[in-house]
Design a protein around this ligand. Structure first.
Ligand SMILES: *[C@@H]1O[C@H](CO)[C@@H](O)[C@H](O)[C@H]1NC(C)=O
Ligand SMILES: *[C@@H]1O[C@H](CO)[C@@H](O)[C@H](O)[C@H]1NC(C)=O
Ligand SMILES: *[C@@H]1O[C@H](CO)[C@@H](O)[C@H](O)[C@H]1NC(C)=O
Ligand SMILES: *[C@@H]1O[C@H](CO)[C@@H](O)[C@H](O)[C@H]1NC(C)=O
Ligand SMILES: *[C@@H]1O[C@H](CO)[C@@H](O)[C@H](O)[C@H]1NC(C)=O
Ligand SMILES: *[C@@H]1O[C@H](CO)[C@@H](O)[C@H](O)[C@H]1NC(C)=O
Length: 525
C-alpha cells in the first residue's frame, strides 16, 4: 500500500560543521596519497575468494524468491505454487503491453517510481556482487527478476516524452481484497509527459535502465542497447521538462510522494556515466547541477524517495578506481567526502554517529517500513567497505577517528543479523528465515488460499481471519519493528507487516555483499 509518512531525514544540521572538519582532514590525507588504483578488470577475482557464509547464502536465496511472488503477467517457469498469470490486460487502453513488472507490496498496484528504484538497486547489487550471487546460484534469478522489471519499464516508455508511471487506481485497488489472479477492478493508466512532467520518476526510470544496460551488456548487447537508448531519452525528458510528478499528479502524494527531483537527476546521470563513459554526464553531476542538488557535506538516508547517499557512494567508485582526469575533479571529491560522512554517521562508535538507533543498535528512522533505512544503509556500508578494501585505502577519518573496511563491514553485519533474528523479539523479519518469522504478513495473495472462490468484496474475510496466512510470502522483508523494538504480527498492521519489492532489492544487495567473507570490487564494464 505504500508508506504513509516519509521524509528526507537529515542526521542533523550540527553535523555539517563536523563534516567540514572531516573534509579538511581528508584533503590532507588525500594529498598524501600518491597513487590512483586503476579499476580492476573483469575476469578472475584477484586474490583468493572469500569463503561462503551459509547463513547469508540461505537468506539471499529466500530474499530472491520474493520477486517471483510479486511478478505480474504471464509467468514463465513459475515455481510459486500459489501464484499464476495475472493482469494480462494491463496497458491495453493505451495499446501497450504493461502486463509484466511487479506488484509493489501487499496490494496489486504497479507504482512506477518505487518499481524503477527496485530495478536500479537490483542492477547495482548485480554489478557489484554478481560473482558472489553466483557462488550460491542466485545470479540468474537476479537477472531474470531485473529483466521482468526492465521489460515493463521499456514498454511504459512508448514515446520520447511519455512515460506511464502507474497501473491501477489505488483507491479502487484498496477497495478489494483479492488474489492478483482473480482481480476484476479497473486498472487505469497514469502518464507523465511534457505538459505534466515527472522529472523524479522519469530520471529514476532512466537510472534503472542505464544500470540494467550494464548488467545485460555481455549477455545480450541488443537488449542492453535498447535499455540504454530508453535511458538516455528518459534522462533528456526528465532534465528538459523539469517538475515533480507529485505536483503534476497530486494524487500520487498519498502513496509515493516525491520530495524533490534533484537527487534522481544526479543518480540517473551517474548511472548514465557508468553505462556510457560519456563525459557530458560526468560534467552534469560535477557542474552546476551538482552544486544545485548534491547537498555536499550533508549526510542523508538512502530510500526510494532520496537517492543522494546512493549517488555519493556510486560516484566514489570513480574517485577510487576511475580514470585520472575524472578522479581529479574537486566536486567528485565532494561526493566522496559526503559518502564518507554518511558512512561515519552509521558507525556506532564514530564521533559523528547518528542517534537514530534503537537500544540494540538497529538504525531506525521511520515508523512506516522501519527496516528500509537500516537495510539500505547497511548495503551502502558494505559497498563502501569493499571500495576501501579493493583500493587499499586502509582508513577513513570520522572527525579525527580512523575506521577501516572491517569496521564498515561489521556495521553491515550487525544490521543484517538484527533482521535475521538477533533482536529483542528473537525473530527474523525475513519471511521464511529461521524458526520464528512473521506469519500474518499483510499481503493479499498470501492471505487467500489459491483455490478459494472469492471476490473483491467477499475477500475481506481473509484479511480479518485470525488464521495465519495460508501461503507463505517467502523472502518478503516486512516493514519491521517499532522504535521500542516490538512487532505486532497482525495482517491489518500494514505499517509493520507489509513487505515491499524495494525492501527486497535492498536486502538482496546487502546479503549479496555479505555472502562471502571478503570481496574485491569488479569492473562494471
Ligand atoms: C499528460 O499527462 C497528464 C497527467 O497524467 C494527463 O492528464 C494528460 O492527459 C496527458 N496529456 C496527453 C496529451 O495525454
Ligand atoms: C536479445 O535481446 C533482443 C531485444 O530484446 C531480443 O529480441 C533477443 O531475442 C535477445 N536474444 C537472446 C539470445 O536472448
Ligand atoms: C509531498 O511532499 C511535498 C514536498 O516535500 C510536501 O510539501 C507535501 O506536503 C507532501 N504531501 C503529502 C500528502 O505528504
Ligand atoms: C462475491 O462473493 C459472495 C460470496 O460468494 C457473493 O455473495 C457476492 O454476490 C459476490 N459478489 C460479486 C460482485 O460477485
Ligand atoms: C512500542 O511502541 C509502539 C509504537 O509507538 C506502541 O504502540 C507500543 O505500545 C510500545 N510498546 C511498548 C511495550 O512500550
Ligand atoms: C485495517 O486497518 C485500517 C487502517 O488502520 C483501518 O482503516 C481498517 O478499518 C482496518 N480493517 C479491519 C478489518 O480491521
Amino acid at each position: 500500500m505504500g508508506e504513509g509518512s516519509k521524509s528526507k531525514g537529515f542526521f542533523g544540521w550540527f553535523l555539517v560543521l563536523l563534516v567540514m572538519a572531516v573534509i579538511a582532514t581528508a584533503i590532507v590525507i588525500t594529498v598524501k596519497k600518491k597513487t590512483q588504483h586503476p579499476e580492476p578488470k573483469l575476469g578472475p577475482v584477484p586474490g583468493p575468494p572469500g569463503a561462503v557464509e551459509k547463513k547469508y547464502g540461505d537468506a539471499l536465496k529466500l530474499a530472491m524468491q520474493f520477486f517471483d511472488i510479486q511478478k505480474s503477467g504471464k509467468l514463465v517457469d513459475n515455481e510459486i505454487s500459489w501464484r499464476g498469470d495475472s493482469a494480462l490486460q494491463d496497458g491495453n487502453e493505451a495499446e501497450i503491453d504493461l502486463s509484466k513488472g511487479m506488484y509493489d507490496a501487499g496490494d496489486h498496484m504497479k507504482f512506477g517510481f518505487p518499481m524503477a528504484f527496485t530495478g536500479t538497486v537490483l542492477s547495482w547489487a548485480i554489478l557489484e556482487y554478481g560473482d558472489q550471487m553466483q557462488t550460491v546460484n542466485q545470479l540468474k534469478p537476479a537477472q531474470d527478476s531485473l529483466k521482468w522489471i526492465t521489460d515493463y519499464l521499456v514498454n511504459a516508455h512508448p514515446l520520447e516524452n511519455v512515460l506511464y508511471v502507474q497501473v491501477g487506481d489505488p483507491e479502487l485497488d484498496h477497495k478489494c481484497w483479492d488474489r492478483p489472479e482473480a482481480m476484476t477492478m479497473k486498472r487505469p493508466l497514469t502518464q507523465v509527459n511534457a505538459s505534466s512532467p515527472g522529472t523524479d520518476v522519469a530520471a529514476e526510470t532512466a537510472a534503472a535502465l542505464a544500470s540494467a544496460s550494464l548488467v545485460f551488456k555481455s549477455a545480450n548487447s541488443t537488449y542492453s542497447s535498447l535499455l540504454l537508448k530508453h535511458a538516455k531519452e528518459l534522462f533528456t525528458f526528465a532534465d528538459k521538462h523539469r517538475g515533480s510528478y507529485s505536483e503534476s499528479i497530486p494524487e500520487v502524494q498519498n502513496y509515493y510522494n516525491s520530495t524533490g527531483y534533484g537527487d534522481e537527476l544526479l543518480w540517473a546521470a551517474s548511472w548514465l556515466y557508468h553505462a556510457t563513459g560519456d563525459q557530458s554526464y560526468f560534467d552534469y553531476v560535477t557542474g552546476q547541477n551538482g552544486r544545485d542538488f548534491a547537498n555536499w557535506g550533508s549526510p542523508t538516508w538512502f530510500s526510494w524517495d532520496n537517492k543522494l547517499a546512493g549517488t555519493q557512494v556510486l560516484l566514489s567508485r570513480i574517485s577510487f578506481f576511475g580514470a585520472k582526469g575524472s578522479s581529479n575533479s574537486e566536486n567528485l571529491h565532494n561526493y566522496r567526502k559526503t559518502a564518507e560522512a554518511v558512512v561515519c554517521g552509521l558507525l556506532p562508535k564514530s564521533p559523528t554517529a547518528t542517534s537514530s538507533r534503537t537500544d540494540s543498535g538497529l538504525i531506525w528512522v521511520s515508523e512506516w517500513n522501519s527496516l528500509q533505512h537500516p537495510v539500505a544503509s547497511a548495503f551502502l556500508a558494505v559497498v563502501y567497505s569493499d571500495y576501501l578494501f579493493t583500493s587499499r585505502t586502509s582508513k577513513i577519518s570520522c572527525n579525527g577517528d580512523s575506521y577501516g573496511p572491517s569496521d564498515l563491514r561489521k556495521f553491515a553485519i550487525s544490521q543484517a543479523d538484527y533482521v535475521l533474528g538477533n533482536n529483542p523479539m528473537k525473530m527474523s523479519y525475513l519471511v521464511g528465515y529461521g524458526d520464528k518469522y512473521p506469519e500474518y504478513v499483510h499481503h493479499r495473495g498470501a492471505s487467500i488460499p489459491a483455490d478459494a472462490s472469492t471476490n473483491c468484496s467477499d475477500g475481506w474475510k481473509w484479511l480479518t481471519s485470525t488464521d495465519r496466512n495460508p501461503n507463505v510470502a517467502l523472502g518478503g522483508l516486512v516493514g519491521g519493528p517499532f522504535f521500542n523494538e516490538t512487532y505486532i504480527d497482525s495482517r491489518n498492521n500494514s505499517m509493520q507487516t507489509e513487505p515491499s519489492t524495494y525492501n527486497g532489492a535492498l536486502m538482496v544487495g546487502l546479503l549479496s555483499g555479505l555472502v562471502t567473507t571478503s570481496s574485491v570490487v569488479q569492473s562494471f564494464v
